[in-house]
Design a protein around this ligand. Structure first.
Ligand SMILES: Nc1ncnc2c1ncn2[C@@H]1O[C@H](COP(=O)(O)OP(=O)(O)OP(=O)(O)O)[C@@H](O)[C@H]1O
Length: 576
């Protein structure tokens, strides 16, 4: 019961926001029309039912005019049915894409907000494959929610339409139990209700493990797909290592997880199907068994019994929604759990306490002041203690052994490393003074070269002449005429060219602070020297803070800040 309540709460939390959003009138009117058309379709089946009686009467009475008039009536009915069904389908699909689009925007927004996408991968928040949750789980959620709730509504309407008929037909139909006869009003209706209730409970009991199995199936499918994409993106690395055998083994191992889970699903679905089929078969003879005593004793005629059997079938059909839709319900429940846990993980990532305080320095200060900073790894292991000042106009080189925490220090300054405590006082004039971080492996979006150089600013926000000049200055003259060309530049350019592209970004965007994390490591020393010279010439007001291992870098900076590792493995900077 508690689980059902939790499920309903989760369903409401996922469903309600769209129908309360700025799109609510569009959404609600579309939903209203779909529900109306759906009910109209149920009504048409009731009309068709009474048509059967008139049609058979006409046949029995060999009434030719009545026969043709009924054929005409049926044609009209069929035409209306087809039009309504098509319209209902089209509107249903339209609502699905509107709703999915709204949810996708919302989830993408939440995922990006406060850099949750990054935090989610820093530490384990118990959520896998966010891409799949946004791309597939949302699609599945929208279509299942509409499909299942409309199906449920049809069943309820159908139940209400036929329950009255069955109640009247059963009259005081006596129920024989253990040789005793009971006169119960609407007896057959009660029998149908109890039969379906027991059936639903047993279905739930047998099918319950399907929820977690479906949850897992989504996860292993997503793992497999993700690794295929990773393999494709690293095609060159694999090809150079000739690592195909290892990749194939790994990918088939991933597929093995899919296969194993699928086997468990097969076993569970066989059990469920055995019961569901038995339940549906038994109902064929069940009402006969209930009424046959009355028939043999002569209390009722065959026609009366047949009428009751048919009404019983309708009611049972409506009540069996849960039994018949159980597999779909199990997938839907797993889907809702995946979306709910994803949201919860995002909230947890956002709520991660930020003990590294970023604030503006004293009025008038143009420096970065790092005070009592103690950074740690996601598991809490201490990594780095630092207190120092980065002075505007004084280029600094940060050095230290590999793994000592230089990049993590940059992450903390950029505000994306949430593990640790301390103060980072930003220059008072920020954010109008812009800061740009260039990592060792630059990220380049797929698209035009113009977008690649302008990134992270939006394409079009920097004029082409500036971009061309920046490319030429960064020794990428060969690319200046290709601004309109679309490509996967990250794959196409060499490591050194990618780093030069990142330098071109800095030249075009003219930040006040430029942090270079081994951003020239893939270049030869001559090229590195030229690029630092051009950065100094073109960006005279920019302070450059670099991380690097090469001693040749010292010449381009006025100051060196060294990370010394102490005996306990924690690095320290104690320069002023
Ligand atoms: N998300 C993470 N989870 C666990 N450990 C991490 C994570 N990110 C970084 N580390 C660890 O933190 C330490 C510092 O990493 P960092 O990249 O800052 O070193 P670095 O000084 O820049 O090294 P290099 O000179 O080799 O680039 C490393 O031991 C690294 O393995």
């Amino acid at each position: 019961m508690k689980k059902a309540w939790t499920f309903l709460k989760q369903l409401w939390a996922l469903t309600a926001p769209y129908f309360k959003s700025e799109e609510k009138w569009k959404a609600l009117s579309l939903l209203g029309v779909i529900i109306g058309l759906n009910l109209f379709l149920v009504y048409l089946t009731v009309v068709q039912n009474s048509w059967y009686r008139r049609f058979y009467d006409a046949l029995e009475q060999r009434d030719q005019p009545a026969f043709w008039s009924e054929i005409l009536f049926f044609s009209g009915l069929a035409a209306i049915f087809i039009s309504v069904a098509v319209l209902q389908l089209a509107l249903n699909l339209k609502l699905q894409i509107n709703w999915r689009e709204w949810l996708t925007k919302r989830y993408l927004g939440e995922w990006m907000e406060a850099r949750s996408y990054y935090r989610l991968q820093l530490a384990d928040y118990g959520t896998d494959n966010p891409d799949q949750r946004i791309a597939e789980d949302l699609r599945e959620f929208v279509s299942s929610t509409l499909g299942l709730t409309l199906g449920l509504m049809n069943s309820v309407v159908s139940f209400v339409s036929f329950a009255g008929i069955l109640w009247t037909l059963s009259g005081n139909f006596p129920l024989g139990i253990a040789g005793y006869e009971f006169q119960v009003p609407g007896s057959m209706l009660w029998v149908a209700v109890i039969y379906c209730l027991v059936g639903s409970l047993i279905t739930h009991f047998i099918g319950r493990p399907l929820v977690s199995l479906n949850f897992r199936q989504e996860k292993v499918e997503a793992n497999f797909r993700y690794d295929l994409v990773r393999f494709r993106e690293n095609a060159e690395g694999v090809a150079l290592y000739a690592g195909e055998r290892s990749e194939q083994k790994h990918l088939l191992g991933r597929f093995g997880d899919i296969h194993d889970n699928w086997n468990a699903i097969i076993r569970r679905r066989m059990k469920l199907q055995t019961f569901v089929s038995g339940f549906n078969q038994a109902v064929v003879v069940f009402p006969f068994l209930m009424g046959v005593g009355q028939l043999f004793s002569g209390a009722i005629q065959l026609g009366g019994l047949m009428q009751i059997v048919s009404a019983f079938g309708r009611v049972q059909d409506a009540l069996s929604w849960f039994v018949d839709a159980y597999t779909a319900l199990a997938s839907w429940t797993a889907n809702i759990q995946r979306l709910t846990s994803f949201r919860a993980a995002i909230d947890r990532a956002k709520a991660l306490s930020e003990d590294v305080i970023h604030d503006a320095a004293d009025a008038g200060s143009t420096d970065f002041k790092v005070e009592d900073l103690a950074l740690s790894l996601p598991d809490g292991t201490p990594l780095l203690n630092a207190s120092f000042r980065l002075k505007a106009g004084e280029d600094a080189l940060i050095t230290g052994p590999s793994g000592s925490g230089k990049s993590t220090l940059f992450r903390a300054i950029a505000g994306i490393w949430p593990f640790g405590k301390g103060h980072i006082h930003m220059p008072a004039s920020l954010p109008s003074q812009r800061v740009l971080f260039l990592p060792q492996k630059p990220y380049v979006p797929v698209g035009t070269l113009r977008a690649a150089v302008t990134y992270p600013a939006l394409e079009g926000s920097i004029d082409d002449a500036t971009l061309r000049r920046a490319l030429a200055d960064a020794s990428l003259s060969g690319l200046v005429d290709q601004l309109d060309e679309e490509d996967n530049w990250q794959m196409r350019l060499s490591g050194g060219e990618l780093q030069r592209l990142a330098v071109a970004r800095a030249l075009a965007q003219k930040p006040h602070w430029l942090f270079l994390d081994e951003a020239t490591s893939a270049m030869d020393e001559g090229m590195e020297r030229d690029l630092y010279a051009i950065l100094k010439e073109r960006l005279p007001d920019t302070t450059i803070i670099s991380i690097g291992h090469r001693s040749s870098l010292k010449a381009f900076h006025q100051r060196e800040i060294n990370l010394a590792t102490t005996g306990d493995g924690v690095s320290t900077i104690a320069a002023e």
